[in-house]
Design a protein around this ligand. Sequence first.
Ligand code: ATP
Ligand code: MG
Length: 441
Amino acid sequence: MRLSRFFMPILKENPKEAEIVSHRLMLRAGMIKQNSSGIYTWLPLGKRVLDKVNAIIREEQNRSGAVELLMPTLQSAELWQESGRYDAYGKEMLRIKDRQDRPMLYGPTNEEMITDVFRSYVKSYKDLPLNLYHIQLKFRDEIRPRFGTMRSREFLMKDAYSFDLDRESAEHAYNRMFAAYLRTFSRMGLRAIPMRADTGPIGGNLSHEFIILAETGESEVFCHKDFLNFDIPDVDTNFDDVAGLRGIFDKWTSLYAATSEMHDADAFDAIPEGERLSARGIEVGHIFYFGTKYSEPLGAKVQGPDGKEHPVHMGSYGIGPTRLVPAIIEASHDENGIIWPKAVAPFEAIIINMKAGDAGCDGACEQIYTALRNAGVDALYDDTDDRAGTKFATADLIGAPLQIIAGPRSVANGEVEVKDRKTGARETLTVEAAIARVTAN
Ligand code: ATP
Ligand code: MG
């Protein structure tokens, strides 16, 4: 992508409304624009990161055996009246009427709707287990939207829903998502700790929140330090291995970890002092097992091997992609801007032409840009006629992992500089070696 043809409205000044670093950097880098309170446009640079986050989520959901579909944002109130949540949900639910005066709502979550999909088609235990997910916008009329897309009113959620014949198999479904979540967040460069959680309006009896430790987090959390070193399930984890997945769950729940709502001060104090971690955290995912809470009122039943009908056991599993993007920034930035982990970087590299219009610089940059494009490396080429200082600041701000800097003097020797955004380390390389360095990264 040539910067001269891209749309990346960089802000020079620090936006006053931004209280935390991720919000400030997302606005300054031209990733998002607020349209109204808690409602945002994802500008092209932000959209690229969001797409990468979603791609990782999708890959790990699919790997664990979940199946993607897409449900609408607008729902009819009827289903929610059937489950009893229409009145219970309160002011966070945006209620609307259509031209026929029929009550509708902008979905804050999809338990009812997915249960309706399920009951329409699935009648036998032979079609189980089943886990259906989508990545779709939600609306919750949050009392205090803040911190940009960290807590917005309209936000994206990956929500998965599992269906099983009985509690035992539903627990395996829960463990599948548990392991998939550990892998998902780790691939984004984050360490998420599963913590015992309150089930809130979703309801149910088994629940974990996945929390990223961050000073600016809204939750107060307490856990054992060893969680910081636990192994993440590897790529060939067998998601059908019941005992294996239970082992992962047992290991990751063997030590104390809880949010303030579930905090047990005595249990926490029983941990030796040097091993206690009391911190703030960001909830990036939340999983629930809630049995037959929705299948009973909505009549989602399957015939079991005994020939009788049984309400299905369900769980639901959320991840917030539009919250994850700022969470990654909270975990990875410095005073000059964002430092993207490669897996979610909007561009893998940025080519900085220090003197656009100079034949040598233009030639070297074009050569590198073309070679990277042919090698499938997604690079941003800063071909604008801004001053070099401005270009360096922009490159640091938007945080591509590698920078290739072409200035008239080095180019005259057939060389360019490659800078690692994270470490700041610089290497002077021939044009060919620089291309090889970036493609090998
Ligand atoms: P919170 O406690 O932060 O309000 P929640 O417990 O209400 O979140 P869930 O119903 O568990 O949220 O939703 C699943 C996931 O969706 C959350 O873990 C979070 O990542 C994301 N999410 C929830 N609310 C918001 C929001 N207002 N803005 C952005 N992401 C959100
Ligand atoms: Mg939650």
